[in-house]
Ligand binder design. Sequence first.
Ligand SMILES: [Zn+2]
Length: 583
Amino acid sequence: MTNFIILLLFISSFQFSISNRKQNHYDQKQFEEIIEILKIKFTDELEELISTNYNIEHHNDNPKQSENYESEVDSNDHVDIKLWNKLNEKDMKKMPVIDDYSDEAMAMQWLTWYIPIEQRHSQITTLLNWNYETNITEENQAAMTAQNLIRSPFTRLTLPIAKKFNEHMKYSKDDDLKRIFGRLASGIVSFNDDDVKRASKLHGQLEDIYSTTKVCELNDNKKCYTLSPYIERLMQIEKDYDRLLWAWKGWHDGCGNKIRSVYLPYIDLLNKNVKENGYHDLAESWITDYEMGSVVEFEGIIDQILKDIMPLYEQLHAYVRGRLCSKYPNRFDCNGPIPAHILGNMWAQMWNDRLDDVIPYPDTPLVNITDVLIKKQFSIDQMYTTAESFFTSIGLYPMTSKFWARSMFRKPTDRDVVCHASASDMGYHDDYRVKICTEINDDYFYTIHHEMGHVEYYMAYSENQPYVYRGGANSGFHEAIGDTIGMFAISPVHLIKLGFLQEEAVNSHYEINFLLRLALQKVAFLPFSYVMDKYRFLLFRNEIDREHELNSKWWALRIQHGGIMPAASRNDEVNFDAGAKYH
Ligand SMILES: [Zn+2]
């Protein structure tokens, strides 16, 4: 606290002393010192200053963890939405007067005003999203919309200013100013409250449809299942061709068709919004985030990567198709694309759950992690502590008390939630969480490591970076961190350490089997993810005829780039299979 006051005094005296000077006339060393202090101190000290005694209402999903950790976690230590909004309202009025956008000291002064307000907004938004995704109700949806309406005027005020500063700061010799304003200026704001309300509502509907859609038994429409956990698992372990077809068709018809009427107006709205902000379309705004050159350059790089991987993918595809053709004779053309429902995954995006059917050396099967977990009577909690000890064993961070006390580790039985696994940086003190409807099996063993990988990355940059730099290098990089770690977690070396696998069992055949398993998971994924964005970019650019090829275009791309075809006949007037995938 004392440090913070000293810092404030330091900043204001600095601001006072430079207020009438022009660019570059101030003491460069003093300026650098301020930036340094801002980096290290500003955010945390500010948070300390505004911590309060507000009581959070959070669901107790973690009985075991709560026993151990609730006493360690101060229940008052959290974002206080009402107070944060009040502070923001007050601080908004104190924006420094700007008379020269080329003045670097003025730019700094403006940032010291801007950052705390922006940070509080971001903390509130993250918390409200968490509340909605872990408890889908109209009330929580309304709270998000209301907050978006509160936040919009601030962004409408500050974005044009950030852009004006950026026009000068992009030539600055100070890398921090250049970087910070470059990022701020690429932001997006909606200038119309009705659009804000509509976008928020449509987004909520997408989450709702995806999380609550059920697939019912053909002969019993009272027996119905949500995607997670039943249908999702069925796609992984069921071998019966027709049963798989039932689940695939049920989910794609049930979810995709409903999503269609929400997703299209939603992206139209987002597209309109980014255009108002100077982007050509939504695709350009997404690509800008990667900072990998122009749209053409970026897409060129990605096209080349896919091209490079294709010879390997084609071999993998041909091998798997041959084996599945023998397993399901006369079900599909053995020289054509593979039907999407027999690859061990609802979207045919990863094929590793089909390893048993295509294994090159059946005499040396890979250890069945699901069996080991069950045999060792692993609890869900143990799956998490095992993952945590993997991270600490390689010198990374243990999870925080708040992680254990506030995460959602199980699918609740009393309410609807978004089960799509995710990790959240609440942006406040050491509050990091995951939301996973965990089941005890090998896929969740992997997912837990992946999501915890995100948390490790959050912790690394929160500890070492100021607020403005707390984010992934780009959205793809965050996933790469999680996945690299997930891959090591299932490696034979690590499984031996855990006592899941006997060292003697690992020979050259075992290694080949393991490498194929990795290829089924990782190589198979590349054309899928490529098509996902390729298709969306076409849609954003209005290059798909929505009446006649909305669905068939999706499948044309999947056949062209991945050799995967729909499991059943599709109809362009009602189906929207791309919408049956979360993201
Ligand atoms: Zn991820």
